[in-house]
Ligand binder design. Structure first.
Ligand code: SF4
Length: 581
């Protein structure tokens, strides 16, 4: 029995599976098949393997991957079953991987005779950019290409299918006791992941469903409560065991990110705002650290600011736990979406601007201190959604003012994520889709995006990582136009543009020298002024174009001091420990 799993990459409100993230779906699928059929030979392929195999250099959108080109076609030819996993519900900007959609994979796999199965959120459609309404086109095409579509949990369907195909129910969901074995058996698929072992970050599941939605219903646009009607918290022992298996396989980067709110893990349901459970979170992260002592990244993802604002004491304990056991650069993304109370009410959103402000303040008090990798320990991110029903011009102004207040009060926010709403079938928004404002407010949205990027993001980034900061362990990922782009591994890492081509897939410590609106410029250290190009020298703080001419004329320097004499006096301290001659 030969099985091919094709990872088309997934991005959802509560879960990420875009490289370097290895998401839950391919792992659980692998484990379910292994449990059902010990003799199965399971091959993990990425959509980039297929792009390169069938379209060559032109097709591959991931510049630094070495696809399995020799094997891909052979595997697909021999495969008895071909499983495709995909679905983008919260499209973002990706540095070195481009998620797929059914239309793309269909043209690659159609000629092969294996039984074709579709899994992941793709059956609800995929949005490759904000501001779109999902049509039934993707599902119709999927129904034509795939023999089976898992509308419930792919792993539940696969276990049944490989045990007794006639009984397999594509609508079936599993619970956490069923998942236990699949998760543990599925971990070894990581060995086939292109970023394994040094660069992969594994997304770990702690909870399904949304505690807020269970109390008062979901946010109008969100697919999470549509797919998972009730809340289920994954047992601590199961999470810790899964991390241990990955750790023993050599994985060192983890995000405990597959949940709608980490502060609501094992929380007590309570209408709109569940009561957090700091003891459970302490036990969870202590357990993880005990089985993964030398972990390099231990981050989380989403949090509901209303929980933090309404239960500050418990939340401060939780934030301290995340810092105690986690690693710096950690981010919890807050889904504020809008600062307009009328829009929030109409769309049944989860928190008020006042609550979000309070939560931002609390996290700053606990987590803003800079950690050993150059980033603050634990910061909030803020998600903004434009185009929601009920929006007026005032809505944009209120949201802008809210963000401005955070900036003006000296607080830190790791990122402001501005998306445009996507309308998915089955969500409450689907019923009022004619009221979505993405088209009508196109100019307003463009204007405020620009305003926020220039007037908030830019100064915020300068405050977050001032010139002279050293970011540790930045992985060089892709080349573009004479530049190298890299980032640390973690939750929402900053993209660093490096003004020269350096060897990819290595970690560098980088001196921050300049800021863009959403990314920064950095130069790897140590810096040798005798060999750096004029282009790199121009970027260095306290040098600039004029001094570059002097540096070039004076090279080679014999001592560090000789070089420092040329640097502006107030910037010399930056170079004390990072210049080599
Ligand atoms: S709080 Fe809203 S956006 Fe977040 S998971 Fe729940 S329903 Fe979705």
């Amino acid at each position: 029995m030969i099985v091919a799993i094709i990872d088309g990459y997934t991005d959802e409100p509560a879960g990420l599976g875009v490289p370097p993230y290895l998401g839950i779906y391919p792992r659980y699928a692998y484990g379910a098949i292994k449990k059902a059929r010990k003799d199965a030979r399971i091959f993990y392929l990425t959509i980039d393997d297929l792009r390169f195999t069938f379209e060559g250099e032109q097709g591959i959108k991931t510049k630094n991957k070495t696809p399995n080109v020799h094997k891909t076609k052979e595997i697909l030819e021999k495969a008895d079953v071909i499983i495709y996993i995909g679905g983008l519900h919260t499209p973002g900007k990706y540095l070195s991987a481009v998620p797929s959609q059914v239309e793309e994979v269909a043209k690659f796999i159609k000629p092969f005779k294996g039984i074709k199965i579709l899994g992941g959120p793709a059956f609800m459609g995929s949005a490759h950019e904000g501001g779109t309404k999902i049509s039934s086109k993707e599902l119709t095409l999927a129904q034509a290409v795939f023999d089976h579509i898992a509308y419930g949990d792919l792993e539940a369907f696969l276990y049944d299918f490989f045990t007794n195909p006639k009984e397999a129910n594509p609508l079936r969901f599993r619970d956490y006791s069923e998942l236990r074995d699949y998760a543990l058996l599925g971990a070894e698929v990581v060995k086939q992941f292109p970023d394994y072992p040094d660069f992969v970050i594994v997304e770990i599941e702690t909870q399904r469903g949304c505690p807020k939605a269970a109390g008062i219903g979901g946010c109008s646009f969100c697919t999470e409560p549509v797919r998972y009607k009730s809340i289920e918290d994954r047992p601590i022992e199961d999470i810790v065991k899964e991390v241990e298996v990955f750790y023993n396989l050599g994985v060192r980067h983890f995000r405990i990110g597959r949940q709608s709110c980490i502060f609501s893990y094992m929380a007590k349901p309570n209408d709109r705002v569940p009561v957090p459970n700091p003891e459970a979170i302490e036990k969870l992260f202590k357990g993880i650290r005990s089985v993964a002592p030398e972990v390099k990244t231990l981050h989380v993802d989403n949090a509901n600011p209303a929980v933090i604002a309404n239960y500050p004491e418990e939340s401060i304990r939780i934030a301290k736990t995340l810092i105690k056991y986690g690693t710096p650069g950690n981010v919890v993304a807050f889904g504020l979406e809008t600062a307009d109370p009328k829009v929030a009410k109409l769309n049944n959103l989860n928190s008020t601007p006042e609550e979000t402000y309070e939560a931002v303040k609390i996290l700053n008090e606990v987590g803003a201190k800079r950690g050993y990798n150059g980033m603050p320990w634990l910061l909030p991110g803020i998600n903004i959604l434009f185009g929601l029903p009920g929006e007026t011009k005032k809505t944009y102004e209120l949201t802008y003012e809210f963000l401005k207040k955070i900036l003006d009060e000296g607080l830190l926010v790791r990122r402001i994520n501005i998306r445009q709403v996507v309308v998915f079938p089955g969500t409450p928004l689907w019923h009022i889709r004619d009221k979505v404002k993405t088209e009508k407010h196109k100019t307003l949205i463009k204007h405020y995006k620009y305003k926020i990027r220039h007037e908030i993001d830019y100064p915020m980034l300068k405050r977050l990582v001032p010139v002279g900061t050293i970011l540790r362990d930045v992985r060089a990922e892709v080349f573009d136009n004479g530049l190298t782009y890299g980032r640390q591994i973690g939750s929402y890492p900053l993209i660093v543009g490096i003004p020269k081509e350096i060897e990819l897939n290595r970690f560098y410590d980088v001196l921050i020298v300049d800021h863009g609106f959403r990314s920064i410029t950095g130069v790897p250290i140590p810096i040798n002024p005798n060999i750096e190009s004029p282009k790199v020298l121009t970027y260095l703080p306290g040098i600039g174009k004029k001094k570059v001419v002097r540096i070039l004329a004076k090279r080679p320097f014999k001592t560090k001091e000789e070089f420092l004499e040329i640097v502006e006096p107030e910037k010399r301290e930056i170079y004390r420990d990072i210049v080599v001659i």
